[in-house]
Design a protein around this ligand. Sequence first.
Ligand SMILES: Nc1ncnc2c1ncn2[C@@H]1O[C@H](COP(=O)(O)OP(=O)(O)OP(=O)(O)O)[C@@H](O)[C@H]1O
Ligand SMILES: [Mg+2]
Length: 418
Amino acid sequence: MAGPAETGKTFAALWRLHCLCRDNAKVQAAIVRKTLADIAPSVLQTYLQKILTLDSAVGVTAYGGNKPEWFDYPNGSRIWLGGMDKPGKVLSSERDIIYVNQAEQLTLEDWETLTTRATGRAGNLRDANGEPLSLILGDCNPGPPKHWIKQRAAQGALTLLESRHEDNPRLFDANGVITPDGIRTMAILDALTGVRKSRLRFGKWVQAEGVIYEEFDAAVHEIDEMPRGWEAWRKFRVIDFGLVHPFVCQWWAVDYDGRMYRYRLLYMTGRTVVTHAGDIKRYSATDDYIETTVCDHDAEDRMTLAENGIENVAANKAVLQGIGKVQDRLKKQLDGRPRIFFLKNALAEIDQSLLDAKKPLDDVTEFESYIWANKQTKEEPVKQDDHGMDATRYAVMYLDDSAGHGGGWGENPLGDVR
Ligand SMILES: Nc1ncnc2c1ncn2[C@@H]1O[C@H](COP(=O)(O)OP(=O)(O)OP(=O)(O)O)[C@@H](O)[C@H]1O
Ligand SMILES: [Mg+2]
């Protein structure tokens, strides 16, 4: 089921999953997402707070403590939780039903793996007519127009259902009149911009036009694990200040060939620089040496960082030059590998207010909506959801410059802007 944000897709899918587990004995079910770590703050909350609360008489038991691994029903049905990154037991044997939350994040290969796990052999499910049933269902927000979900739907290999805001009784009542919750939710979605708005507000499968980093490809540039031995590499941090907008701190490690890896990320609104300074030092406790912290130019914020134990240097903010250098690094080399990578699951903490506002939660999410203000002239980017993009640019500029100068930007934390 595809549709814009908040139409009730996840609720509907979980309700179906729950009813099938409740009404059939010994059902082997699974809730799957691209990454295991994303289950707890999202789909698991809806399952616990909405579905199980609505039908609490069933008596479902969670196993695995704070981060449940599976749920048991009194009739022997079980729902496993898993990520495609860490499938573990979840996909170790046949399942009667698999529900994929945010299916657009999966690759076609992931989806095909799932189809080998729900072939009907588990055999514990019957449909309303008593016929054996196995099912893989997913919910998704729209992605680019050539996404595999659209292509499979066009080939008839999957049934694509569309959901709309009017389908969600929390947003629109039975007469189609918008509710107070609906007014609030639609205001949030109306405040989005660009390709995110087209997808999450209007449910369109579209791609942004004039994308600056066309070379970015999550399958290439996002990695599951850091390469072996990375702890000993050169490391530095980059900061882009923000309060209403996210404050971004990226931690970068550089291998012996000069390839750079963003291995940790802070992306957070609403906190002071002093608070961030404390968090940054705490997160850095496991890094043996950070050579410097490259900062956006706000003099007071830089001073505050320095006073709180984070010496820093000013970023080289030449926009077009920086963009060109990031583009160069994103390009694959002869060996098929680019020169810049982003570690998945590197986010230190999810910003709940960004989540509620449907804004990007991290730097990599910005790539697909980071566009030129004018597609022809390509002189400047649209300054929207660009905080991780700015930090990335400063990081590349710092590294490329320091390679030539033997040492990065000046030692004075409030040094001249170059
Ligand atoms: N049929 C329903 N009855 C009661 N509440 C519902 C129903 N459908 C959805 N809701 C509520 O509406 C809100 C949004 O629903 P849900 O999370 O399922 O949307 P979604 O389409 O999955 O959104 P997203 O695209 O952002 O993941 C939730 O709080 C959910 O509990
Ligand atoms: Mg959902």
